[in-house]
Design a protein around this ligand. Sequence first.
Ligand code: SF4
Length: 438
Amino acid sequence: MKTKSLKKDKVNIVTLGCSKNIVDSEVILTQLKGNAIDVRHESVKDDSNIVIINTCGFIDNAKQESIDTILRYADAKKEGLVEKVFVTGCLSQRYRDDLQKEIPGVDAWFGTMELPMLLKKFNADYKKELLGERITTTANHYAYLKIAEGCDRPCSFCAIPLIRGMHISRSMDDLVKEATSLVRNGTKEILLIAQDSTYYGLDIYKERKLAELMERLSDVEGLEWIRLHYAFPTGFPMDILDVMANRSNICNYLDIPLQHGSTEMLKLMRRGTTREKTEQLLDTIRQKVPEIAIRTTLIAGHPGEGEGEFEEMMDFVERSRFERLGVFAYSHEENTHSHSMNDDVPEDVKQDRAASVMELQENISAEINEQKVGKTFKVLIDRMEGGEFIGRTEHDSPEVDNEVLISAEDTYLRVGDFAEIKITEATAFDLIGEVMTS
Ligand code: SF4
């Protein structure tokens, strides 16, 4: 970090939160570069004089991490190590007025839809011609594709609609153009993301169009894997399962946050479904795409969750045998519907319940992984680390799911390539394998 000199500004973008924020940061990066500004993402070099922090404002832990990051850079500014600090993203969108008073060291605060105003701070213009031409910050061989912004769902615990607004789908042509450009730049795997990806099209096309979008993306030459995240159970468009089953470059993978396994809690959470309907949906998904890996996310400790409801969730996890699962302890978020309820589950009980769910899942995951020993999988090599190549099968999304570890001794693989890997060993959350020699 350097004090002011006559030298050109150097901008560093710091991203917190989810994959949707990564895409937003990539759009900022692309626009600044498009205006000939020296910008990098998460630079480890200490030579930036301007920092843009793209924050997360979803739940307590994430908010705290964002605030700590802002304070760190505000302190660095006091010490003359950076010149300007700009803050954007969900935390800024949600709490700008309070934060402005509490952290005066920040030069300017921006909401999630205020990119042109941020660019103005650099005398830069928003370049429409760059739409669809995104510089990615992930490994070169995979990229996130945000198919929509915002959410129309009424989930009682969730602050996202308050932050990101109503659901807005991007046009299919724009998405296909962007995917084509990503593939041209080396992307082999695209992860479809949104707040609710299964709602895609209902606003701009007046009907669910996710299946058609997946087909058109599947036709993009050179795109080897398409992965679907953030599906919603209620009104689930079954036609995407046919596309998934018929198209070899669409991963047999589905991320579908279900939040709870008790009908009573699903009602309190305003999820618009029941345990029974959820289980029917899971059965249908597994029937239509037998090789599928299902990832879900659950919340432990929501108001009203007694021992009985929690036992129902444990039973749901036991019976559903998800291949991948994450769990959050409930966070009492102001202005959400749940905030009007009594936050009656003590914090330590929330944490204990979340830990119990993960413990149960660890056993299930170990059993599922054990069944893969001896089998061969197409693996995308993500990186080399500690004498091993590390990759993923089509059942694993980056950053959140299992990995495949391959010893690098006497083995030559290239990061970004696919390889046929025979699984020789399994742990609860990883697989160990060797290159399949023909
Ligand atoms: S669908 Fe997801 S983003 Fe939308 S309100 Fe529900 S939990 Fe929040």
